[in-house]
Design a protein around this ligand. Structure first.
Ligand code: KIV
Length: 270
């Protein structure tokens, strides 16, 4: 049974699920997909991966706050049950904590989402602290942080050396202490994710971080096999191949239009 009971998720409910049952998170970028996923996910993330999977860029760096607001409002309209969280895009929170609060307030006011997500440890702690203090729940994000694409030298697995692992553990504790209500761990060794998960009292949500996190997230376009541009990371599991279904349908439609068999009388007003 994969459907969830018909109840609205809140931040306290999500937090109370740590050590009770696994959290299910998926990304969504529009109303149609949000409606399809709403009964099956605890959290819908309007991720800035929209820059890659919707806009066709190589990185998330070009996504604007305006665009996040546009997509987050559509997702929120399609979600009756899941908690909707929206990413603060690159450039909207790095320069100062007051910029960060302004950006978070705008996302909440204009879209109705319940929480924001932002990336990073040390440099993001003031933003996490002040946004949380303003009453806006913050989801942290450590490990592979795609907004640091250039300093990481690409989308690479993080925390592989002992010192990098230790740093990530310290950062995770600091993110929790700053007030985050949950934490995404992306592309880090499974045993490190387990240690971090056990060290925190907030839920961790893994993507490429093994099975011991408190929940899992996948990018919906990768999960349904829709992308054709970039090879998905090793951690993605394609649960179906929508790309192939669309290609087949488009081929059949084109051939029927060209040979005149569509529309037949069944699809015409007679
Ligand atoms: O932007 C996004 O979709 C994300 C997930 C990959 C966690 O941050």
């Amino acid at each position: 049974m994969s459907e969830l009971p018909n109840s609205t998720m809140t931040v306290p409910i999500i937090q109370s699920m740590k050590n009770q049952r696994k959290l299910v998170m998926l990304t969504a970028y529009d109303h149609t997909m949000a409606k399809l996923l709403d009964q099956h996910a605890d959290i819908l993330l309007v991720g800035d991966t929209l820059g890659c999977v919707v806009q066709g860029d190589q990185t998330t760096l070009g996504v604007t706050l305006e665009q996040m607001c546009y997509h987050a409002a559509m997702v929120k309209r399609g979600a009756q049950n899941a908690l909707v969280v929206a990413d603060l895009p690159f450039g909207s929170y790095q320069s100062s904590a007051s910029d960060a609060i302004q950006a978070a307030i705008r996302l909440i006011k204009e879209t109705g989402v319940s929480a924001v997500k932002l990336e990073g440890g040390g440099g993001s702690l003031a933003a996490i602290e002040q946004i949380s203090r303003a009453g806006i729940p913050v989801m942290g994000h450590l490990g592979l942080t795609p907004q640091s694409y250039h300093s990481m030298g690409g989308n690479k697995v993080q925390g592989k050396t002992q010192s990098a692992a230790q740093k990530l553990l310290e950062e995770a504790k600091a993110v929790e202490a700053a007030g985050a209500f949950s934490l995404v761990l992306e592309a880090i060794p499974a045993d490190l994710a387990k240690i971090i998960t056990q060290a925190l009292s907030i839920p961790t949500i893994g993507i490429g971080a093994g099975s011991d996190c408190d929940g899992q997230v996948l990018v919906i376009n990768d999960m349904i096999g829709l992308n054709q541009n970039q090879a998905p990371m090793r951690f993605n599991k394609e649960y179906c191949a929508v790309r192939k279904m669309i290609t087949k349908a488009a081929q059949q439609y084109a051939s029927e239009v060209r040979d005149g068999s569509f529309p037949c009388p069944q699809y015409s007003y007679l």
